[in-house]
Write a protein of this length. Structure first.
Length: 93
């Protein structure tokens, strides 16, 4: 039996955001060109750490291979929950 702690399987980290502009549920439409997301300093530190962890993992891949080149970062904004999640994901360029 291993005493190793479990490894995260789905996200490098999350943070909460304070608000969006346009506001969720009001001015946000399919014609909206830009979504501004305001994050407090403390939550921005969490976001920075999550992005750093994901980039470090991406940097461990052999970039000279097709599989290594296809991996990237996914920044998911959960508008209903007020959260941002950082994941690694295969990205088509």
């Amino acid at each position: 039996m291993s005493n190793k702690p479990p490894i995260k399987q789905f996200a490098f980290g999350t943070c909460a955001f304070a608000s969006t502009s346009p506001e969720r549920g009001r001015g946000l439409t399919s014609d909206t060109k830009i979504l501004n997301v305001q994050v407090t300093f403390e939550e921005a530190l969490k976001l920075n750490l999550a992005i750093d962890e994901c980039i470090r993992k991406l940097n461990s891949y052999k970039r000279s291979t097709r599989a290594g080149k296809s991996m990237g970062l996914n920044l998911a904004i959960h508008l209903e929950k007020g959260r941002i999640t950082i994941n690694e994901e295969k990205v088509e360029a």
